[in-house]
Design a protein around this ligand. Structure first.
Ligand code: C5P
Length: 204
């Protein structure tokens, strides 16, 4: 039976980690939808027009180690404001969400636009400072030479663009359960998410 879990939230709130752990716990497939926008952003950086890039996206384009860099993240949030880019990515995401074995999708508009009828919806958030600190540690861990202040400015700029775009802005669905991970460690955040989802499975 298809069971769809939508996990949305701003950059570096912990939704990727939570989504992977939730998918592993329930044995569901996981799609990080940010990767789709990152793959389009990466193509724009090398000169391919955004809409063309979105329409011709291949699964192999997601398998690119440069997709996690801050430059690609910024390019992704820019192409994500273009309605034709978003429209080109809808069918793939919805088909993934309907997989027979269950699916977890994380992104910005999964609970609001892509899967408004998802069986469970979470909105994972944290303060911009905590998110920037986490992203800073992650980038440093990957050997990237950067500064906390730069990462914080980057996170705030992306939040601003993601929340204020006209098409599918970042916001919690009305029926999403909020998890603020500012004061939670990874294990507690994952446990909280699993408990909320298990609850919706038992009532659903
Ligand atoms: O989640 P991640 O940081 O990889 O997403 C990169 C960018 O892609 C976001 O800043 C956002 O602009 C865009 N995005 C989106 N809708 C999604 C997922 C990501 O607009 N469902």
């Amino acid at each position: 039976m298809a069971f769809t879990i939508a996990i949305d939230g701003p950059a570096a709130a912990g939704k990727g980690t939570i989504s992977k752990a939730v998918a592993a716990h329930f044995g569901y497939a996981h799609l990080d939808t940010g990767l789709l926008y990152r793959a389009v952003g990466a193509k724009v950086i090398v000169g391919i027009p955004a809409v063309q890039a979105a329409k011709s996206l291949q699964a192999s384009d997601l398998d690119d180690s440069t997709l996690r860099t801050p430059d690609v993240a910024q390019a992704a949030s820019k192409v994500a404001t273009i309605p034709e880019v978003r429209a080109a990515l809808v069918d793939f995401q919805r088909a993934f969400a309907r997989r027979a074995g269950g699916a977890v999708l994380d992104g910005r508009d999964i609970g609001t636009v892509i899967c408004p009828a998802a069986d469970a919806k979470l909105f994972v958030t944290a303060t911009a400072e905590v998110r920037a600190q986490r992203r800073f540690a992650e980038l440093q861990g990957n050997g990237l030479d950067t500064e906390y202040e730069t990462v914080l400015a980057d996170v705030k700029e992306r939040d601003e663009r993601d929340m204020n775009r006209a098409d599918a802005p970042l916001k919690p669905a009305r029926d999403a359960v909020l998890i603020d991970t500012s004061d939670l460690n990874i294990a507690d955040a994952v446990q909280t998410a699993i408990a909320i989802i298990s609850e919706s499975q038992s009532v659903g």
